[in-house]
Design a protein around this ligand. Structure first.
Ligand code: SAM
Ligand code: SF4
Ligand code: SF4
Length: 350
């Protein structure tokens, strides 16, 4: 389904004077949370005890509309954004998401991608690609049902996510990135089976250190399996060598199999903070701008949109916010900062 087959792409915006924060970091990537809802209850993200039947998710009218999201995306693009990742919550539970992708894909020169739990990807991969999605990241934390179900906590089977990954690759959303969060005591025994399975299949498996996002997952440093441990474990069986990063600020450290059978990535957000190269901003489901995943408050862009602000006014508000940014949470993480009440990842957009 090509939603705008005949409509030409709008021209690229003129280059703007480089926008930098107080630590000299440009604004390059934007993550947009399109819903705070999810059909999974991953224990490290939306634990059931907190996100139960009575949990008050945002009402529909609080959510940014597709038109509002697209308008913001254009303003951010003029400010230097090169890449947009749609996320959530589970982005594929937002109705008619293909329509939003069709609208965003009209912005020329934008790398458009999405992170999903893969549960409905087998059904939607073709229509997402046809709407203009370029790439996709699928989260998968284990290859065996008992472990995966303990992590997603809704008895969702591995097989359906694997079908989704195959469908995405078949639709041309290649290479598929597969994200595995590793939490000690839960799924570290799945590291090697996952590496063996995805090696040689053309997908890029990335291991993510378990992070202290939000205020509900009961994070402890002891639960983190470090990127170093993960690389050593895989290297002992399937020898690895370091690979250069694709670009400055890439979050994943890349390693390739010495026999040429592919590569893996490790995202060491806890043990090797990469704040000094962090070029990411986030827009929450209800239109607040956050300049750090671990922020405790955001800046309300929805009010600006709904109170009739022009693009120039929105642009200068974003310039002021980014210009004042000094976040570097992961570099200064201590036992005290872990205690601070942070925004949930499902709302701010992982
Ligand atoms: N629902 C989608 C999914 O799971 O892919 C998109 C949103 S999810 C919040 C985005 C990513 O954040 C996923 O890859 C997920 O595994 C990761 N994530 C969530 N909580 C995390 C945590 N506490 N530590 C590290 N990664 C986490
Ligand atoms: Fe849902 Fe993704 Fe969070 Fe899991 S990690 S609960 S799939 S939003
Ligand atoms: Fe960026 Fe904040 Fe993460 Fe540091 S802690 S890398 S500033 S999002």
């Amino acid at each position: 389904m090509n939603l705008n087959p005949l409509q030409p792409k709008e021209s690229s915006p003129p280059a703007v004077s480089a926008l930098r924060d107080t630590l000299g970091r440009p604004l390059r990537d934007l993550r947009i949370s399109v819903t705070d809802r999810c059909n999974f209850r991953c224990v490290y993200c939306m634990p059931k005890e907190v996100f139960g039947k009575d949990y008050a998710f945002l009402e529909r009218k609080a959510l940014l509309t597709f038109e509002e999201i697209t308008r913001l995306a254009r303003v951010f693009h003029r400010l230097g954004i090169e890449k947009i990742r749609l996320t959530g919550g589970e982005p594929l539970v937002r109705r008619n998401l293909e329509q939003l992708i069709g609208m965003l894909s009209q912005i020329r020169g934008l790398d458009l991608t999405l992170t999903t739990n893969g549960s409905s990807l087998a059904k939607k991969a073709q229509s997402l690609k046809a709407a203009g999605l370029q790439r996709i990241t699928v989260s998968l934390d284990a290859l065996d049902d008992p472990t995966f179900m303990r992590m997603n906590d809704v008895d969702f089977p591995v097989g359906k996510v694997l079908e989704g990954i195959d469908a995405a690759a078949a639709a041309g959303l290649r290479p598929v990135k597969v994200n595995m969060v590793v939490k000690r005591g839960l799924n570290e025994a799945s590291i090697l089976p996952m590496a063996r399975f995805f090696r040689g299949r053309g997908h890029v498996l990335r291991f993510i250190e378990y992070m202290d996002v939000g205020a509900t997952n009961g994070w402890r440093m002891d639960d983190v399996v470090t990127a170093r441990e993960i690389v050593e474990m895989i290297d002992a069986e399937m020898p690895l060598e370091p690979a250069d990063s694709h670009y400055r600020g890439e979050v994943a450290e890349r390693w390739r199999y010495r026999d040429g059978s592919g590569e893996i990535g490790v995202i060491a957000s806890v043990t090797q903070a990469f704040c000094r190269d962090c070029t990411r901003a986030r827009i929450s489901t209800e239109g607040k701008l956050y300049t750090c995943l671990f922020a405790t408050s955001g800046h309300d862009l929805r009010s600006l949109l709904r109170e009739g602000a022009g693009d120039a006014e929105i642009e200068s508000a974003i310039r002021a916010i980014w210009g004042a940014r000094s976040d570097r949470y992961s570099e200064v993480r201590t036992s005290q900062t872990v205690e601070v009440k942070k925004i949930e990842m499902s709302y701010i957009g992982g």
